[in-house]
Structure formats: structure tokens, C-alpha cells
Design a protein around this ligand. Structure first.
Ligand code: AMP
Length: 189
């Protein structure tokens, strides 16, 4: 089973590249951001609980996030593998995921870090906001999301580096070239 974490700051291109990886390798796409947005649009109890947090650009509580992810994973027992997009965002989430997989005799195969600098991120998100209208893509919210990334999420990198699972791929340039580099990294597993 191929379990890939696609890692990177907001605007790194995780969503776009995930779509290509799912198609190429037949993996199930697990985006916690997409799951939260679905709960919000369907106005579920969970959606009501997280709406303001997400709109403020803050991270949702680890236990709420993991419970939602676990539920989604349990729907795909026959899957060839998963691509985790936007998860884990804290070391505690990474530990919960490792424990969950270990109980099933599974592991994270590789963590692919899409490397993009802050100026590029800001440019891309400004563009995306025009198209998506996402409330959390506005300038002030974006600053919060980038803060959350640099204060909490980057610590996930040394966690996976210490397991020898981390591989950095440039997230800048032609989308096709980035995809090809990701394909190569996965094919080498
Ligand atoms: P994304 O689409 O991955 O950028 O996620 C959008 C928002 O959903 C984030 O800014 C957080 O508020 C929330 N979110 C998504 N994934 C997580 C996670 N793994 N942990 C906590 N909050 C998350």
C-alpha cells in the first residue's frame, strides 16, 4: 500500500498535484481542507463547529481533525493507498496517523515536500481568491494561515526527516515538470 503525504504551505500546489497523483497511481485523495469545506457547505454539526476557525485562518483542533480523517479512511478498506493533502499539520497529527497505520501493519511510504517561497505563495493565493472566492484566501486571513504554517506545521518536517521519509521537490515552475518530479519520487519507492 502506497501512503503519500503531500506537504507544503498554503498555495504550494498540493491540490493540483494531488489530482495528478491520484490519476497516475490510483490512490484515494484525502484532503482535510476539502472535507471541512464539505461539512461547512452541508451545514453539518462539525461544519458549524469549525466554520469560524477556518474562516479565521486558524488550525482546527487535532482530535476533531483526526476523527474526521479516520472516518474517511475507514470508507476505503480496499484502497491501493492514500494521498494525504493538508494533513498532518501538527506533530501530534503525524503521530496519530502513524499509530493508526501501525495498528493495521501499515506505514507512511514517503513525504513529498513541495518547496515554494513565501512571495510565490502570496501571489498564487491572491490569484486563487479571484477564482475560488474562498473566505480564508483574503490577505489578512492568509497571513494567519502562513503564521500557522510556520509556527506549527513546519515542525512536521523534522518528524518525518528523522524517519528518513522526507523528500523535497521544487514547487515552482511548470506544473508538468513538478508533476514529473513527483511521479519519479513515488516510482522510486
Ligand atoms: P486547506 O484547504 O488544506 O488549506 O485547509 C483549509 C483550512 O482547513 C485550514 O486553514 C485549516 O483551518 C483547516 N484545516 C485543514 N486541514 C487541517 C489540519 N490537518 N489540521 C487543522 N486544520 C486543518
Amino acid at each position: 500500500m502506497l501512503n503519500i503525504v503531500l506537504f507544503g504551505p498554503p498555495g504550494a500546489g498540493k491540490g493540483t498535484q494531488s489530482e495528478r497523483l491520484i490519476e497516475k497511481f490510483g490512490l484515494v485523495h484525502l484532503s482535510t481542507g476539502d472535507m471541512f469545506r464539505m461539512h461547512i457547505s452541508e451545514n453539518t454539526e462539525l461544519g458549524q463547529k469549525v466554520k469560524q476557525i477556518i474562516s479565521d485562518g486558524l488550525l482546527v483542533d487535532d482530535s476533531i481533525t483526526f476523527a474526521m480523517l479516520e472516518f474517511e479512511m475507514s470508507k476505503h478498506p480496499e484502497s491501493k493507498g492514500f494521498i494525504f493533502d493538508g494533513f498532518p499539520r501538527t506533530v501530534s497529527q503525524a503521530e496519530s496517523l502513524d499509530k493508526y497505520l501501525a495498528d493495521k501493519g501499515l506505514i507512511i511510504s514517503k513525504v513529498l515536500q513541495l518547496d515554494v517561497n513565501e512571495d510565490v505563495i502570496k501571489e498564487r493565493i491572491a490569484l486563487r481568491q479571484k477564482v475560488s472566492g474562498r473566505a480564508d484566501d483574503g490577505a489578512d486571513k492568509l497571513i494567519k494561515r502562513i503564521d500557522e504554517y510556520f509556527s506549527k506545521t513546519v515542525h512536521v518536517l523534522p518528524y518525518y526527516a528523522s524517519q528518513n521519509k522526507l523528500e523535497k521537490i521544487s514547487g515552482v515552475g511548470e506544473i508538468d515538470v513538478i508533476s514529473a518530479n513527483l511521479f519519479d519520487a513515488i516510482s522510486a519507492i
